[in-house]
Design a protein around this ligand. Structure first.
Ligand SMILES: *Cc1c(COP(=O)(O)O)cnc(C)c1O
Length: 450
């Protein structure tokens, strides 16, 4: 380990909002941690940026060597309000000094109920709603499926091509991509069926045409009477930031209503102002029966929820839903603070503004370079899909080379997509315009250099 003193700064928005490289990435201190990681941590737990993070806030992540990296990933759409947001920090500090846990199923407390009330109020749909809280996105999805099955008395669940719903056994079955999420980890849960997604760039279908294709498959191969739930990300996340064609989701919702099927929107990645609205469903004019949320909900603390129609949410017998830690009081306090920021600090408008910058710059790159096959997204959830311009085939090597070079130059970007050829941008909404532009300059430079 190098002996030069590195002062570890306090995180949050007061961190200098700058890209600053004082060593190569990884620097010696980060390198040392990564060596310990490879010895102590299971190999299956990978990492994207080879750094040891010590502080973050605004639009930067600072590492143990004193490098300050521009954050265009928000820890996968989690720190949407900004890392170590002062309101979240204060709420957590207050809550942790009161009590750390009682188990809501043993001794209930107010913050859990207040989060449920906020979710019931904020999620799309003016009908009576109820919520239940859990720890992770996968756990929320599992519970939404449990609830839909109990409510309908049916078993089949429809998920889509390119879907990502988590890494537990049921959610692996719901997730489409084998590598790295499923390979070797079976057998998978039964009664999960996969329908074709609307992917305008690759299938050229209108929304109604793509819905007809999916519904035909469901009716022929499963039978409407057997379907408990249709589960879909309104904009797919890990699958490649795929925005379905207009009318696709609406037609699926209509079909669900006509057939007594529960429509579940998985908004774990798209929720909480990310797409320029509080929830992505709003942008498509749909009201899901159930909605799953997590990631951005609590400013970085682990919390998730299922929210939906009261009569569906109430289908389970008492004791059928829950868990030791679900709706932990520290996480609930953080969520109430984050929700206050989402509602009262104009974050949906901020996401829309960030989206204009992202789309503008990426469309410029696309106009100048045919390897940028598609640029898509809504609000601060935007991606570029890289292809071989002669064949249109996915170019995963190019996407991964650009991402690697950006990280080496101090800009954290993430890849995604079934074919691994998509770079996704989901910056914290606390990033300033100048830093965002500097990050995008780096992406353009890395593309031009390949
Ligand atoms: C991340 C994600 C999940 C899984 O959430 P975890 O908290 O990692 O379990 C589920 N659905 C979507 C859409 C996601 O993006």
């Amino acid at each position: 380990m190098s002996n030069a003193a590195v002062t570890i700064p306090v995180g949050g928005p007061s961190l200098p909002q700058e890209r600053r490289l004082v060593t190569a990435i990884p620097g010696p201190r980060s390198q040392e941690l990564l060596e310990r990681k490879s010895t102590a941590v299971a190999a299956g737990v990978g990492h994207t940026a080879p750094i040891a993070a010590v502080a973050a806030g605004g639009g930067v992540v600072v590492d143990a060597d004193g490098n300050s990296l521009i954050d265009l990933g928000s820890g996968i759409a989690v720190t949407t309000v900004g890392n170590a947001h002062p309101k979240v920090v204060e709420a957590v500090q207050h809550a942790v000094a009161q009590f750390t846990h009682t188990c809501f199923m043993v001794s209930p407390y107010e913050s859990y109920v207040a989060v449920a009330e906020a979710l019931n109020r904020l999620t799309p749909g003016s009908f009576a709603k109820k919520s239940a809280l859990f720890n992770s996105g996968a756990e929320a999805v599992e519970n939404a499926v449990k609830i839909a099955r109990k409510h309908t008395g049916r078993q089949a669940v429809v998920a889509f091509d390119h879907a990502y719903h988590g890494r537990t056994n049921l959610t692996m079955a719901l997730t489409a991509k084998a590598m790295p999420y499923k390979s070797g980890f079976g057998p998978f849960a039964a009664e999960v069926y996969r329908a074709p997604m609307s992917y305008p760039y690759r299938d050229g279908l209108t929304g109604p045409e793509a819905a007809e294709r999916a519904i035909a498959m469901i009716e022929k191969q499963i039978g409407a009477d057997n379907v408990a739930a249709v589960l879909i990300e309104p904009i797919q996340g890990e699958g490649g930031f795929i925005v379905p064609a207009d009318g696709f989701l609406n037609a699926l919702v209509d079909w669900c209503r006509a057939n007594g099927v529960v429509f579940i929107a998985d908004e774990v990645q798209t929720g909480f102002a990310r797409t320029g609205a509080m929830f992505a469903c709003e942008g498509f004019g749909i009201e899901p029966d159930l909605i799953t949320t997590a990631k951005g909900i609590a400013g970085g603390l682990p919390l998730s929820a299922v929210t939906g129609r009261a009569e569906i949410m109430d289908a389970s017998h008492s004791g059928g839903l829950g868990g030791t830690y679900g709706g932990n009081p520290i996480a609930c306090a953080a969520a109430l603070a984050a929700i206050d920021v989402f509602e009262n600090e104009g974050l949906a408008a901020r996401a829309a503004h960030i989206g204009e910058i992202l789309l503008g710059r990426l469309h410029e790159m696309q106009a100048a370079d045919p390897r940028v096959g598609d640029v898509r997204g809504r609000g601060a959830m935007v991606a570029a899909e890289f292809v071989d311009p002669t064949t249109g085939e996915p170019d995963a090597a190019l996407a991964s080379a650009i991402a690697k070079e950006c990280i080496a130059q101090g800009v954290i970007v993430l890849t995604c997509g079934t074919y691994g050829n998509v770079i996704r941008f989901l910056p914290p909404l606390s990033i300033d315009d100048a830093l965002l532009s500097e990050g995008l300059d780096q992406v353009a430079a890395a593309l031009a250099a390949r």
